[in-house]
Every structure is written in structure tokens, then in C-alpha cells.
Design a protein around this ligand. Sequence first.
Ligand SMILES: C[S@@+](CC[C@H](N)C(=O)[O-])C[C@H]1O[C@@H](n2cnc3c(N)ncnc32)[C@H](O)[C@@H]1O
Length: 567
Amino acid sequence: MNHQGTRSPTHGPESEPGRHRRETPGQHGHAGLPALAANAAQRLADRLTPAVGARAAVSWVHAGAVLAWAAGTGLFDAGIAPAATAAGTLRALDRLAAAHPALAGFADPAVCALREQPIGNADTADITALWSAHPLEDPDHRPHGYLLGNAYQALSAEARRERALAQTPRFVTSLLLDLAFDPAAEEFGIRGLRMVDPSCGTGHILVETLIRAWTWRPRGRSNHAPRGIEAALEAVHGVDLDPYAALLARLRLTVMASAIGRADGGHRGGPRFLPAAAAVNVADADALLDAGEPLLQRGRYHVVVGNPPYITPKDPAVRAAVRAAWPQVCHGKYALSLPFHQLSTALLVPGGWCAQLTANSFMKREFGRPFVEQVLARQDLQWVVDTSGAYLPGHGTPTVILVHRHREPVGDRVTTVRGINGEPSLPADPSQGQVWRAIVEQVDTLLAHRRLAAALERANLAAPQGPCADGQNGSGRGGRSPPARRAPFPHRPRTGARRHAARVRCPQAGGPTVYPAARRLPRPPTIGSTSCSRSSSPPPPPRPALPLLRPPLPGRRPSRCARTSSR
Ligand SMILES: C[S@@+](CC[C@H](N)C(=O)[O-])C[C@H]1O[C@@H](n2cnc3c(N)ncnc32)[C@H](O)[C@@H]1O
């Protein structure tokens, strides 16, 4: 693991600049940071830039945030706190670096650019005053460090532009974990379970996974022995190209593990801060090119959860190197989302689960054709969730959630949540946006029905009619007879339909829709208007208008933003 990496940025800007929507700092501020704090921090960094350069300016301003946040956790000694002088700030960072081996990067000039470019004491005082006026308070009074990560994204134009840093909102992470971590933990067992995020940024997904791994209990078993936070920490792994983002991820994991350990009465009755021997598994490396990085060992993980960069590498040398390393999916002006998808699969154990929030550009542009036809078609795709209409702070590119398992396709269903309308206005709380709520409700309902069906099946009772009538159980597959092998790619993701449907109110928008089995007709996938079925059989007949098997429940207001189907 490289805790000391000095890699320089290697990737180009967003591949779809025209698609940025609702991206301006508003009520939520830039990148999920309150607007006042984001603007004030940016102004301060801009003021320092002519004297010390943009990297060091960002580093100084963010170091002030790190020290204020660390002091606020109450976990560190009094010397780790905002200082009145530049020299005092460096001393405080030295102490932070010494608090745990995972934090050594705070003393490394290659990671913290501020060490090579001193600033004056007046500037230091301004930085301290900034974070005192805008404290980066975490939700639930727990030291997640969300806003600390968001502050780095808001401050560093370089990280956003060159490496596509866009923090994954907590509510998105929660859904990704529901869709991949939970079924993997059910199936493989929580003991020894390994999860990785190969583009972990400042660690939003890693911190949430740590909490999920620590709190996870097998469904229905109340007598499950509690696990120590260190065991949960062993499950969590991350890699990022940006050494400072990776350092922040390590800091946040160290702090969260320490806070939980302390609340638990000390780590196994021992020290109240995370013991030095407890490894924090986050490396800075190029996940697509550093094949020798131990945390990127192939076939090692039960779960991959990620939000890869969506950019196209601009540097011709990097573009060629990635193309050579991932020839199957790097066609034309490819986006990095595709080699990351293939990497994620390669990291999984057989049958392992992967959930990603990724760009949907591969569904609409030619470069995605070989991926859809040759890669996706051979994977056990579980979910395609259209999130392009949802408001995700900091994410301007239209997105989709893909969930697959590392095995040949099993059964004949892919569950899709299809967008209908975009967000009618900017939601005050993005996690409560109408589109996002509609998506979560559809997914939750379907998962609940599948769990019920599986439980009834175990009890030898008839499975209920409803969204789970597709024969899938809680782990995504069901039925007593062996599941049928699925046709190579019988169902195309239908997210492209949203833009049209967004203008025409869909009369069937509402609760989960389930189509009668007899009417589930295979249909070749399309990219744009081109058919790209792998099958040599004649094209299937056009799909008839399908009735709802179960109309929305009376009295329940149907959602107009998304609908689910297993087709
Ligand atoms: C969309 S952000 C992920 C954000 C992260 N989930 C979080 O919430 O902090 C994409 C991340 O990919 C990283 N990245 C870009 N190219 C990479 C590469 N070749 N290897 C590893 N990480 C890379 C960027 O540094 C950035 O942090």
C-alpha cells in the first residue's frame, strides 16, 4: 500500500460538458458544502493563489478545515487544533501525522502541498477564522467527515477537472449498499467479507460501509454476537489516484473507527484511539494501470461499491495506456466508467456483487456498444436504475446505477427502475427530491417483497402476487427449481425513455409494475437506434402494450417519477 504517493493528475475534463445541469452553487453550495462556506473558502484560496500557487493555496485552506474538524471530534490531543500561526499549523499537522500510521501523509510535502509554500500569519488567522465561522458539522453528531470531503471538492478545481472528483452523496451510497453489500453479506457471511471502492475519493462510500459492516446483523437473528469495530475496518478497502483524497479517506476511517471504538468502551478493552496496529486499507494508486497494487489484487473482494470517474482521459499517453490495459471496453472516445466497470468485475470473487453509480453515456453513444454486447451481456446483471432525473449535488453528468454479479447470467430477469420525470425543481434536501424518493421507494418495495417471498418459500407457503412475483428472492434469485440460464442480453436498459416520458405524463406511472411471464418478450438491446443483439435469430415481434398485473394500491398516491419492472 502506498501511503506516500506523489502521482500527478493524469485525466482530462468531463466528457459531457453540455450535460451539466443544476451545477451552480446554490442553497447546497458547491459540491454539497453550504454555499456561504464554499464561497468564502474559495475566495480565500483565490487570494492566496498568486503568492503560493493553486495547489498550496487549496492545501493551506483545507488544512485549516482538517484541524478544526479533528479538534471538534474530541478524539485527539489538544495540540491538534487550528493554530494562530503558519508554524503552529505545521506543528499541529505533524502531531496529526503521528497519531496513527495511516495519517503519515499529513507530514509529507508530496501529499500536502502547503509544506513547500509558506504563508503569513495573517493569512493563517483568516483560515482559522473561516472554519470557525463555518464549522464542518457532521450529520447525527457523528464524525463522518462528509463536509470535510466536500470542502476539498469545493476548493480543488484541479481535482474536479483532472480527476473527476465528485463526492458520492450519502443517500446514494446507502442505496448502493442496500443493493450490493447487504446481499453479499447475506450470502458470503459478514465474517471475512471484503469490500473495495477502487475510486474512493475522500471516502464517503468507505465510511458508510464501515458503519454498515459494524452494524450489520444477519436478518432475523437477534442473538448475533456483536463484532468489534476493528473487524469491520478490515472489511473496508479503497484506492484513489489522488493522494490527498486518499489521505482524507484514511483520516475519516481512522476517526470514525476510533469514535465507535471509544463509544464501545475502548478497542477490545484497550486504547481509546484506534491502535497503531489496526490497518486502514486505503492506497493511492492508479486503479486502472497499477496492477501491482496489493489492494487491487484480482478476485479478492466479495463486494465492489463505487462511483467511478466519468471523464475521458485527455492526455494521449494515458488514453493509450488505459486502452491497452482494457482493450475490450476502450473503444473510440471512451469514458473511464467502462474500464472501471471491468476492473470492478475483475476484483470480485466468483459470484461477488458490484454496485456502481456511473455515467449512462455508454447507453447512448457508440463507444458503449462493445461493452453492452460483449461485457454486460455476459454478466449477471441484477439492477439498472435510471438516476439521470435525480438531483445529485456535484454530479452534472446523467447517471445510472448498475448492479451485477461476477458470474454468467442466471435466470431471465433484469430489474429496471425507469425514470419518467426529472426533478420538477431543485429540492431543498436532495435526499428528499421527488425523483430520488420515487427510486428508493420502488427499490425498497421490491426488495421487501422479495424477502417476503423468500421467507414464505422457506416456510413452504405460496409466494405473494406483486412485485416479487418475478420469482426472485431476497438475494436476487429464487424458485425451488434451478434458475433458467438467461439469454445473453434479453433486456435493454430503458433509461433512454425517460427524456421522452418526462414530457409526456405516463398514465402508468406509479407503484412497481410486474409483467405477466407470458408477455415477457426478449428484446435486443439498442444503442441509439441501432440494434445490437448478439443473437443471430430474427428480431422478436414488437412488444405489445402490457397491462399492470397489480394496479397501484387505492388511496396511495402514485409516484410520477420512476417505476420498477423485472423484465
Ligand atoms: C466520482 S469521484 C468518487 C468520489 C468518492 N466516491 C467519494 O464520495 O469521495 C471519482 C474519483 O475517481 C478518482 N480517480 C480518477 N481516476 C482514477 C484512477 N485512474 N484510479 C483511481 N482513482 C481514480 C478521482 O480522484 C476521484 O476521487
